[in-house]
Design a binder for this molecule. Sequence first.
Ligand SMILES: CC(C)(COP(=O)(O)OP(=O)(O)OC[C@H]1O[C@@H](n2cnc3c(N)ncnc32)[C@H](O)[C@@H]1OP(=O)(O)O)[C@@H](O)C(=O)NCCC(=O)NCCS
Length: 174
Amino acid sequence: MSGERLIEEVGEQHAAALAAIHAAAFAAKDAWGEGAMGSLLATPGCFALIDRRGGCALARRIGDEAELLTLAVANSVRRQGIGQGLLRAAMARAAQAGATAMFLEVSTANRAAVALYTGAGFVEVGRRRGYYFDGTDAGTDALVLRAPLSGFCLPADRRAPRPPPVIPIKRDPA
Ligand SMILES: CC(C)(COP(=O)(O)OP(=O)(O)OC[C@H]1O[C@@H](n2cnc3c(N)ncnc32)[C@H](O)[C@@H]1OP(=O)(O)O)[C@@H](O)C(=O)NCCC(=O)NCCS
């Protein structure tokens, strides 16, 4: 696989592939089907990335904010850096589209994902108590995490203008 791009941006025509990866990463009740993937990708600002080894990320940019909608790595290929690579690629893609921060929501019980996100610079900015149903009355909290995208490149039209070139002044010899 050397020399080949592992992460690619994909469109609505890849909804089935995205759903297959999601099904390999999530329990059946939580996996998003082909129809859901296609509908999401048809919404303005939404984009999807696939790592051909078995991972995907979906995110949406609204104004100068981006939201990570899902991140999924197939069970069989975890702990190889695929999730981290997809997350960074999604952050870079959102920054290129003009977002200055990315938000996401994650269950406090999802230790793998919380470790991945905090390791990538996300910090807690909110908590929804009992947000996820877990069979108990209390439920499981959802964390709202945020990361600035300032470390990722901005699109050309949002970069600070370059200073004018310094032109050496020729002086006539006195
Ligand atoms: C969360 C998930 C995307 C991580 O994908 P991954 O490819 O295995 O993650 P990476 O190999 O890139 O790991 C990056 C870092 O995340 C953390 N991490 C990942 N899996 C972890 C685990 N099981 N336990 C603790 N930390 C973990 C570690 O800090 C890891 O760095 P390290 O390997 O140097 O210790 C994957 O477990 C997954 O798809 N889970 C099911 C779906 C899900 O919960 N998605 C996120 C919520 S929407």
